[in-house]
Write a protein of this length. Structure first.
Length: 371
């Protein structure tokens, strides 16, 4: 004790407590700083930028899921956010037994998984911890087992039918390629397949993104899921009817003849073969003013050509992307090359599923064992 320390005697009857003197902030730790009110503020512009970072289709699906969850919670006198583990389990149970208006059947496992993701992310956005999902997961697992045991169609994940070269030939055989619409559709199908593009990526292309070269075209696509550009070499095909380079050359020439040498690559064409006619609703102009196709319209082209060709299966805009992966793997291309060309994320489970469809036969342990 320092020589000049002042010692105060304890008052009679005072309690003596054994204690240890510690620093306010032990070594290796920092003080917890509580943000000021300003630190919690976010401008409307920044909030909009955060929202824009999520795909529009995902935002629409999550909004619908959250609205449905809130409506159910209100009817059940439950709290939506923060939700208890019991509420989440009851909600999943409700989804597994309640027919949906559009299909007349309960939601499938994939739809329920998405709904759970919508609600858990909603909690995080509002600075709440994720709800306890143990009970909800148990209910969902039991539902999956039930679907599998009863041989329900929903037990298998719904996948787009792969558009392979043979199917693409059949689809284009029924397209009138003397018209502007037919030339556009042929280019859309073949370029979409050759670049493994999602329809949203395909319709986002401008003419400037397709640069002619010695090998054909270099097409630069922005892959929004992985947030990077890929430059895809589109090569000449051996069959003129399904050559993506020739189809794109023919379509670009037709656009130029119509006075379009720049702007959107894939544009609206009406039934009279007029390019980019104005769209109106209630007397007001709607749609892209430059006439750019929507992703839904591009997907409809794929579906309509498949149906016209008499092809069976679940056809959608994604059929081109899946067909590219399947065909490339069948001919022996490395999965890494396929992933890079198509802009799949590293370790993509979707791509792995596409490749497994090929590898389960090609690399089967039964191959070469002498049965």
């Amino acid at each position: 004790m320092p020589e000049n320390a002042i010692v105060t005697p304890l008052a009679a009857g005072a309690d003596v407590v054994e204690a240890e003197l510690v620093d306010d902030h032990p070594a290796g730790t920092t003080a917890v700083v509580v943000p000021a009110a300003r630190d919690r503020q976010m401008s409307a512009e920044t909030a909009a930028a955060i929202t824009a970072g999520v795909a529009a289709s995902t935002r629409r699906a999550y909004t619908a899921d959250r609205t449905a969850f809130t409506t159910w919670c209100t009817a059940e006198s439950r709290t939506a956010v923060p939700a208890s583990g019991e509420t989440m389990a009851e909600w999943v149970r409700y989804l597994t037994v309640t027919p949906r208006p559009r299909t007349g059947k309960p939601a499938g496992p994939a739809t329920i998984e998405r709904a759970l993701a919508a609600v858990t992310s909603w909690h995080l956005e509002q600075n709440h911890p994720k709800p306890n999902m143990r009970g909800a997961r148990a209910v969902l697992n039991a539902y999956k087992d039930h679907l599998a045991e009863t041989k329900a169609a929903a037990a298998q994940p719904r996948q787009a039918t792969a558009a392979l070269p043979q199917q693409i030939r059949a689809m284009l055989a029924h397209a009138d390629r003397t018209t502007l619409a037919g030339k556009r559709n042929a280019a859309l199908i073949l370029v979409g397949f050759a670049t493994a593009a999602r329809v949203s990526e395909l319709v986002a292309l401008d003419q400037a993104a397709a640069v002619e070269s010695e090998h054909g075209f270099d097409v630069t696509l922005y892959r929004k899921k992985v947030r990077k550009h890929t430059v895809n070499a589109v090569l000449y095909g051996t069959d003129p009817a399904t050559c993506p380079v020739r189809a794109l050359q023919t379509y670009l020439a037709a656009l130029a003849d119509a006075g379009r040498a720049e702007g959107p690559l894939f544009v609206r064409v009406d039934r009279w073969d007029r390019m980019a006619p104005p769209l109106t609703r209630g007397g007001h102009r709607i749609g892209d003013p430059a006439g750019r196709m929507t992703a839904e319209a591009a997907a409809e082209v794929v579906e309509r050509l498949a149906v016209t060709a008499g092809l069976t299966g679940a056809w959608s805009g994604h059929s081109l992307r899946r067909g590219f992966a399947t065909a490339a793997r069948t001919t022996g291309h490395d999965p890494l090359e396929i992933a890079r060309a198509g802009g799949w994320a590293d370790g993509s489970r979707v791509l792995a599923r596409y490749l497994d469809d090929v590898d389960r036969v090609k690399n089967s342990p039964l191959v070469g064992i002498g049965l």
